[in-house]
Design a protein. Structure first.
Length: 223
């Protein structure tokens, strides 16, 4: 017969094993979400009023480029990180014919996405928005656990004092709010949502599909 004391020890041991297993499973799921590329095919549709979603005051060349790739994204969205990496690889191949504009749509379930977007805008005020965009994605698993200043410090040429002043200023926050309201006009229900001229894409297309969408837009915008 098992003694009550030994029975309690077994119960505690079993409970500890279950808790440990739950922690491991949770960690694996989170890691998979952060690291895995999308497995579903992105949806493509047509957005007739696509020009209304380009902010020509914020991106150099946006009014002159033949193709505008407008990305509504969230810095805690793993698929947004994947898309950013793919766009960084191919956008430069098109020189000034294609401009990429990153706009903010922080999802409510992502606790640190709004403040990450503010940090991005604070770097953008110094002309370093693209660099901060990629730095935030590179540190995606650390967002909220390390100071925004430390992420900005990884960018060459950043003025950290100006960055610190901006983080607490309403101007950068207003840009994020404005982008979010603009995204709501698109009835966005997931990120990334991308406009390649009139082609609307929900999800992160693979590099070859991105090129195909850009080529279609270039062909349709030919003089």
């Amino acid at each position: 017969m098992v003694s009550p004391r030994f029975s309690r020890i077994l119960d505690q041991l079993f409970t500890g094993i279950l808790v440990g297993c739950a922690i491991v499973v949770t960690a694996v799921v989170v890691r998979r979400e952060m690291a895995a590329p999308p497995t579903t095919k992105p949806m493509v549709s047509e957005q007739a009023d696509w020009r209304d979603f380009i902010d020509t005051t914020r991106t150099d060349g946006a009014s002159r480029a033949r193709v505008a790739v407008v990305v509504f994204g969230d810095y805690q969205c793993p698929y947004c990180r994947v898309l950013a990496e793919r766009l960084a690889e191919i956008a430069g191949d098109y020189d000034r014919q294609v401009v990429v504009q990153n706009r903010h749509f922080p999802l409510p379930q992502h606790t640190f996405a709004f403040q990450a977007a503010v940090a991005s805008e604070c770097a953008n005020e110094q002309g370093l928005g693209d660099e901060m965009h990629m730095a935030l994605f590179a540190k995606q698993d650390s967002l909220g656990r390390m100071p925004w200043r430390d992420i900005a410090a990884s960018i060459r040429g950043v003025d950290l004092n100006a960055f610190d002043d901006c983080i607490d200023d309403e101007k950068a926050r207003a840009v994020v709010v404005s982008d979010t309201l603009k995204g709501r006009q698109l009835d966005i229900n997931g990120t990334p949502t991308v406009l390649v001229n009139q082609q609307r894409v929900t999800g992160a297309p693979i590099a070859s599909d991105l090129r195909r969408l850009i080529e279609i837009a270039l062909k349709e915008s030919a003089p």
